[in-house]
Ligand binder design. Structure first.
Ligand code: ARG
Length: 257
């Protein structure tokens, strides 16, 4: 009798355990199945999105999306796609959305949907400290490095011409800055927070940041496949909550209406 009782309790333990494991398994489903959304990023953009020493995707954008997800009751998982591939990944539905300091532009709005803005930025010019350049206008006739297909690339095309061979446009912002340091470009143009962070992290390199009034304010949004209003609405709900409760201001140091 005692022995039978023991078998029963082992039996129940095994059943409970397998039910528990099955439940865990189903909640880690990928992509748009289940409640975990897959998020593409280009983790070469410190302090916004980058890899820490242990290979984790971290940064201000990541903290913001974590907070949005928590507020909206969503689970998220980040994947490092790189800048240009992330647009394709959103478009073909391989991921649910992208966070990557992506400026909301009319051009992009033709192919993608965006959430409400969560961050304000602008372009700045980075030059070697001994440069004679003092404004954006003065980059005419110079070589300028930008990250390909960014808003920085667009403004520089506006100044130098769409197909100008004076534009050096590698795949990442750190590579664009390297082109300048190697003397392949006279200046680099990119988002302020990222250029500032580079200068801060490289005190031995003599650099200068130039602000120019002609650069317009840019608003970052989360980028979603065109027509996927369900995800946009849920993310906006989270953004609204973290705007109202002060979390977004805490994370960014800025007021965004
Ligand atoms: N804000 C700029 C744009 O949208 C640059 C963003 C680049 N982001 C990145 N993670 N590389 O074009």
């Amino acid at each position: 009798m005692k022995l039978v009782k023991k078998y029963w309790s082992v039996f129940f333990l095994v059943i409970t355990l397998s039910l528990f494991l099955a439940a865990c398994g189903s909640s880690t489903g990928s992509g748009s199945s289940g409640d975990k959304l897959v998020v593409a990023t280009d983790a070469t953009y410190a302090p916004m999105e980058y890899m820490d020493d242990s290979g984790n995707i971290v940064g201000i954008d990541i903290d913001i999306v974590d907070a949005i997800a928590e507020a909206a009751g969503i689970e998220v998982e980040y994947k490092n796609y790189g800048w240009e591939p992330l647009f394709a990944a959103v478009e073909n539905g391989e991921v649910d959305f992208a966070v990557s300091s992506i400026t909301i532009t009319d051009d992009r709005k033709e192919s993608f949907d965006f959430t409400d803005p969560y961050f304000v930025a602008n372009q700045v010019i980075l030059v070697p400290a001994n440069s004679d350049v003092e404004s954006f206008e003065e980059l005419k006739g110079k070589k300028v490095a930008v990250q390909i297909n960014t808003t920085g690339h667009e403004v520089v095309k506006g100044l130098l011409g769409k197909t100008s061979s004076d534009i050096v446009a590698p795949k990442t912002m750190p590579l664009a800055i390297t082109e300048m340091l190697n003397g392949n470009a006279d200046a680099a143009v990119g988002d302020n927070s990222v250029v500032l962070e580079y200068v801060k992290n490289n005190p031995d390199v003599e650099l200068e940041i130039i602000e120019d009034d002609s650069f317009e304010k840019e608003y970052y949004g989360l980028m979603v496949k065109k027509g996927n209003s369900e995800i946009v609405d849920r993310l906006n709900e989270g953004i609204q909550k973290i705007k109202e409760d002060g979390t977004l201001k805490e994370l960014t140091g800025m007021d965004i209406e």
